[in-house]
Design a protein around this ligand. Structure first.
Ligand code: PA5
Length: 468
């Protein structure tokens, strides 16, 4: 079976969908610009913050080390907890949901590929308390993931967990902690070296949201029995499929061109709608990649701009009953991406029944597999009929290879789109601002935080009449 994922962009074009979509001539006259964007991304391959483009090729030894560690963790522990946020959590969660059983944690141990997995990407106090209620510290391994090695959310979790571990297992606590961080920057590497924790490195040129295919994502995946070599092979396949600078031969370049043209037409929202629960969190992962990479206020040559496209995470069929009304009749400001699965890993037959009610009896003898695809086609048609742009990415099945292809495809689309927008795709100054402000609010004393605290006092006093 051909495992290549497929992209159908017909409904993005005016000739197919009507006046609110993109004229083919516009895409065709953009081809030289697309060649330049492709060249810019290729020129950066493996350099600066584009180390993620090397990941399909340079990880042989790392994969073996991860597999060995994963085998140890599977033998010694009942639960595996990822402590991380943003790019250090969204990828591991998306891949876990895509490739393991949808109720993985609830399965009996012998039916799981490894320990139960928890991904803790928030500092809601109730959540940490809840986690501690359901894990046995003596049988739990923690993977602390932070590229910068100083993120407050993750490091506060680290402090809580090491304290709890020391109380529960004494000097043995070090065996329960695996660190994933930068080899060269930040505090966590220093802590890891001092404590002697097992440590994996996030390459310097791999930013958080581009890090799923390095140890950030691969450790949790391997621990729960996911074929990490399949993920990497899929990424490599996609990289090679996207070698051409001709958008008609390079699906990621075509997609980037259409999305950026859509933005130029005022389509400032990108709706990701997987028709598969297994791909639901892929939409969360994509949302960070798309929003943090493209939401920028300055071009590479220092000009003011306010670009980007708001990602919206949805789930088909579920959100047909919640958001589709807006998408078909509201403003023409959205482009939809469907994720379609050709062959699901289960078949759910619908039994016969309710013979006296023809519309319900009609469902008998069919399957959920047929129904979910019929609903997707129905939604695609409803969007077409109301003149809305959409595109469909088809996964022949959801497996490690196709998920690797999908992840790398979106990474490339994002990089090409950033080049077309002439922005720095790989930084996130807006996120940094909130990190500093949060530390300032907590009362941290340092030049930058004290100054930030002072700056924050300059806001207007809230008026009582606007507070209820
Ligand atoms: O994409 C990014 O770089 C960010 O979203 C980070 O992943 C996030 O802020 C967490 O940072 P760190 O991995 O340094 O803890």
């Amino acid at each position: 079976m051909d495992m290549r994922i497929k992209l159908d962009v017909n409904p993005m074009f005016r000739e197919f969908t009507g006046e609110h979509a993109i004229p083919r001539a516009e895409l065709d006259s953009m081809l030289p610009e697309l060649k330049k964007a492709h060249a810019a991304v290729e020129a950066g391959r493996g350099k600066g913050m584009q180390g993620w483009m090397d990941l399909p090729y340079n990880q042989d030894e790392i994969l073996t080390a991860i597999e060995n560690t994963a085998a140890r963790v599977r033998k010694e522990f009942e639960a595996f907890v990822v402590l991380g946020i943003g790019g250090s959590a969204l990828g591991p969660a998306a891949v876990q949901q895509a490739l393991n059983h949808l109720h993985y944690n609830e399965l009996p141990a012998e039916k799981r590929g490894g320990p139960r997995l928890y991904i803790e990407d928030n500092v809601d106090p109730e959540r940490m308390a809840a986690l501690l209620d359901v894990i046995d510290l003596k049988k739990t391994c923690f993977n602390v993931i932070t590229k910068s090695g100083g993120t407050a959310e993750t490091m506060s979790q680290y402090l809580i967990i090491t304290d709890a571990l020391k109380k529960a297992v004494g000097d043995d606590y070090k065996r329960h902690i695996i660190i994933t961080t930068s080899q060269t920057k930040g505090f966590l590497i220093k802590i890891a070296q001092r404590e002697g924790y097992e440590t994996f490195y996030i390459p310097d040129g791999v930013g958080g949201r581009f890090s799923e295919l390095c140890p950030v994502g691969l450790i949790a995946a391997a621990v729960t029995g996911i074929d990490i070599r399949g993920l990497i092979a899929g990424a490599k396949d996609m990289d090679q499929r996207c070698a051409s600078d001709d958008a008609y031969q390079n699906p990621a370049l075509m997609d980037a061109g259409l999305m950026v043209l859509a933005m130029r037409h005022g389509v400032n929202m990108s709706v990701m709608m997987p028709y598969a629960d297994s791909l639901k969190l892929m939409a969360d992962w994509y949302a960070q990649l798309w929003a943090e990479s493209l939401g920028k206020n300055e071009t590479l040559d220092g000009k003011k701009c306010h670009v980007g496209q708001t990602p919206i995470k949805t789930l088909g069929v579920t959100d047909q009953h919640s958001q589709l009304q807006l998408y078909t009749e509201g403003p023409f400001d959205k482009a939809l991406t469907f994720l379609k699965v050709e062959s699901f890993r289960a078949t759910t037959a619908i039994p016969h029944g309710c013979d006296d009610i023809p519309t319900i009896a009609f469902l008998g003898g069919k399957s959920h597999n047929q129904l979910i695809e019929a609903e997707r086609k129905g939604t695609e048609y409803a969007l077409y009929k109301s003149g809305r742009m959409s595109q469909t990415i088809t996964l022949p099945e959801v497996n490690a290879n196709t998920v690797g292809q999908l992840i790398y495809f979106f990474e490339l689309v994002t990089a090409y789109s950033g080049a077309l927008l002439n922005i720095n795709t790989f930084n996130q100054p807006g996120v940094e601002e909130s990190k500093i402000a949060a530390y300032a609010v907590m009362g941290y004393e340092s030049d930058i935080h004290t100054a930030k605290r002072e700056e924050m006092k300059n806001r207007p006093e809230p008026k009582a009449e606007f507070q209820f």
